[in-house]
Write a protein that binds this ligand. Sequence first.
Ligand code: GLC
Ligand code: GLC
Length: 662
Amino acid sequence: MITSRLDPDPPIEGHLLDRLRPALAVEAEQCLGRAEAVAFLARLDLWFADIHGPLAALYGCRRDADALGEQLVRLARAAVGERPVELRDLDRRREIDPHWFQHQRMVGYVAYTDRFAGTLDAITGRLDHLDELGVTYLHLMPVLAPREGENDGGYAVADYRAVDPRLGTMDDLEDLAGALRRRGMSLCIDLVLNHTAREHTWARGWLAGDPEYAGFYLSFPDRTMPDAYEATVVDVFPDRAPGSFTWVPGAGANGAGANGAGAWVWTTFLEYQWDLDYTNPRVFTAMLDTILFLANRGVEIFRMDAVPFMGKRMGTSCTNQPEVHDLAQALHALTKLAAPATVFKAEAIVGPDDLVAYLGGHARYRPECELAYHNQLMVMLWSSLATKDARLAVRSLGRLRPIPEGTSWATYVRCHDDIGWAVSDQDAWAVGYDPGAHRDFLNAFYSGRFPASFARGALFGANPETGDARISGSAAALCGIGGDDPHALDWGIRRLVLLHAVTYAWGGVPLLYMGDELAQGNDVSYLGDPALAGDNRWMHRPYFDEAAAARRYDPATVEGRVFGWMRALGAARRELPALHAAGEGGVLEVDSPHVLAWRRRHPRSGWFVGLVNFAEHTVSIDAHALDGLGELPTVLSSDGPLQARGGRLHLPGLGFVWLAEP
Ligand code: GLC
Ligand code: GLC
């Protein structure tokens, strides 16, 4: 039993695993049978340090930290007992091939169920479309039951064990996961773990003073602590939900639940999204239980939503704190114990210096998430496109720490969120940019206010106090696709293809955002829905355009041109072992400021080189900069084989080239 949160600090006694193992061996064999028990115990030996270490760091000051560890390991064992046979088969396959998600065949697709197909059931009708694009990983945006009315696009979950009834049922989700698996596609869903909707049972119980949920949320009786925290905390939605606390009548202070007086509840995002208090081990246990439940329904990849915000420390930004990594590590190791086929993907949209830690890259490797959004690459692509200059990208990507073996980036051009300009000041100064001025420029450029901008986006979350803002808009719109000028359209398409030519060959899992394969533009229909109108991220969350999709094989149409390229990128990628994410690679320094060049190699492949030119005119680079790799055959490019003349390689404006050793 977990007792008060203020227990004294007795040391953790003995070695828990030595004490636990004999009894667990007997239990496991009884419940799971011999083969499954052997596998479970082998995993326990493998993962125990990654479970116990972080738990001790998080909850070690409690008398019953060992009891907690024991309880969690038993929870994992019980989950193995309930795991369907088909998923246990998958576990076996993945234990033999633990790097499955790093394979060059991986291509992700990201979609809202309702906007893509209507319901979960109807997704099966779209699998051919996905197959054509080579998709092996499908991220369905929030599918779990949200609160009624406004719900931040489903990121305010009222019940983790039910599917949004508008989309279907938990059985439908399970069936879909099976159908995908049989087509070689893995299902990814969001795990919103920083907060729940205020309508969630945990929140209602907490507010009602139910001891079961005592300490599930964070609250304060007056403004003293909130003001002190807000002096340094990041304000995510400064315009729509300023500050990080919400006054809740009837709430008690210090996470106590009810005492009638009312309190300030921690709400990093919107007022109806209440932050969970992970210093309470019961919150950890409840979230682990949720993950194991969903993993047993067939979810293979968990997108760990807003993970940087899970730990709060006075005097900090309350993001990227050490306990966030302990939490992710412990949840990860316990999930591996119960459902080894599962991987975690970090949604840590943070600066370049904080990013690699989410893949376990600390002073010593500590397994954490297998995948993380390559937010830095995304930001650098858009920055380079606006400036027609790759120097900032070369600098920032070139100095990014290498990621641990066995982990990969999820590379992407666009997603459902706004683009925040995570440009490090140090990198900006290094290439001669004033960081603040550069971010202002990017906002002006992509909101179309900058003269000569091709982009058709809009500002998001403008903060009049700090002058900060981010950008909304679909990839096609930000690339300048959408007007009547055929010449401008050609350039727009070249930009959209160029960006994907990087994300598809950077050496991680490329994620294609629904609609981008058809160059879908901004969708302003959200303005007609009062629950959405206040959030312009909906402009880049369109409905799948059936009519546009019907034109996807017609090379005379925009859709046909773009779809053809996306298909070609996916198909070429599949055949390039150098793009296996376990390979090595890096940015190459070349003598043109407009060119981003990178190379990759896997122990089982030859070299791959990618080149993109952000300028609109042809540029050339010294072939020597590529260490002789410039002579490799062109496997895919915007304009035919790479042209070499007089020791220089010529890249057409907004062109891309992939070269690879056969
Ligand atoms: C994530 C989601 C974003 C949401 C936020 C709060 O960052 O991507 O859409 O608003 O979390 O849950
Ligand atoms: C998440 C993301 C952040 C984004 C916000 C709202 O917190 O980390 O980048 O701006 O959600 O979309």
